[in-house]
Design a protein around this ligand. Sequence first.
Ligand code: NAD
Length: 258
Amino acid sequence: MFGDSEHTGRVAIVTGGASGIGRAIAETLAGSGMRVVVADVNVEGGEAVAAGISGYFVSTDLADQKQCRALVDKTLNRYGRVDVLVNVAGYQHIDPVECFPEEEWSRMLAVMLTAPFLLTKYVWPHMKKQGWGRIINMASVHGQVASPFKCAYISAKHGLIGLTRTTALEGGPYGITVNAVCPAYVRTPLVENQIADQARTRGLSVDEVVEKVMLEPAAIKRLIEPAEVAAMVLYLCSDAAGAITGATLNIDLGWTAR
Ligand code: NAD
């Protein structure tokens, strides 16, 4: 329809595209021929990624409903269509002293659950009209199992899997697939900061934190590379993945196998 690859000319919104997993996904989708809209609250990082892939950066704080709406409107104004939505933006807050930080609860759920819901709602009529769409939600191994001191994060990720399953059922008749990707620890700035924090508070070396603390439940004791997650997302965008919907795809080093 568009050119060499099945992806050429398709338009993808990638939230959290300025860094880490979102950045790898933006670069991989652009490399496959898609036109990529990078949305992030980090303006400098987002602009740099978009410039590197001839994409379009939209400065967006996903905690703000109006900015979620504006992201989809700007995408449609620029490209006239939207084929793929990848909800990646997120962050971690770990405070072993304050187990239930209330202010984190509201913001985390806004960014990591309400924003994916709103963006899904806003792209939906366009994907439905086209009879084709791909929505991929970056959940986590923590969407399926819990760890202490992460109430808001884990609740948001479990909720995101619920959103994925419900919208998958609703999208089926219209050629819209919705899936959740569930990684364990991926080598990104978010995780590198977490490792450094834990090393400091536990008095361990960085290697000890990775092997003995973070990856204790995993069968394979290494961090996942962002490109490995991006490859799974690209596959989910393909026509070959058209029968996969409502799925939670683990890329978790065997974490949830036990
Ligand atoms: P990262 O910190 O490298 O990137 C996250 C991006 O989200 C940043 O660019 C940040 O600016 C953006 N962001 C944060 N709040 C935002 C907001 N309000 N509006 C717009 N953008 C915002 O983190 P990452 O490790 O690449 O994580 C990306 C996603 O993957 C997150 O949802 C995270 O929960 C999930 N995840 C990460 C891991 C991991 O080990 N790194 C594992 C499982 C799931």
